[in-house]
Design a protein. Structure first.
Length: 119
């Protein structure tokens, strides 16, 4: 059974920092491309950052220079370091694992963690 468990969300003031973690089980983590998505009220879910199996990263323009995604294959965990947070970063953040094998693509999602940026 695949599980992605996010943690690290919370309430932070503008300009502050948070570090999200996503612990994976039930998959061969090193074979998965990992991503963080977010969904604000009334908006569509959007990609925030992703990291390939080889460690290449990609970021949404709105978070470039402020957020950093990383992975620790020994711990089956992906991280999202968020600095200089803004009110518009407020959303539920979801962890995603994408596995491609034998021509098939499998997507797995965590339950989400709330990030609120407010004074």
């Amino acid at each position: 059974q695949v599980q992605l468990v996010e943690s690290g969300g919370g309430l932070v003031q503008p300009g502050g920092s948070l570090r999200l973690s996503c612990a994976a089980s039930g998959i061969i983590f090193s074979n998965a491309a990992m991503g963080w998505y977010r969904q604000a009220p009334g908006k569509q879910r959007e990609l925030v950052a992703s990291i390939t199996r080889g460690g290449s990263t990609n970021y949404a323009d709105s978070v470039k220079g402020r957020f950093t995604i990383s992975r620790d294959n020994a711990k089956n965990t992906v991280y999202l370091q968020m600095n200089s947070l803004r009110p518009e970063d407020t959303a539920v953040y979801y962890c995603n694992a994408e596995i491609r094998t034998y021509g098939n693509k499998y997507d797995y999602w965590g339950q989400g963690t709330q990030v609120t940026v407010s004074s």
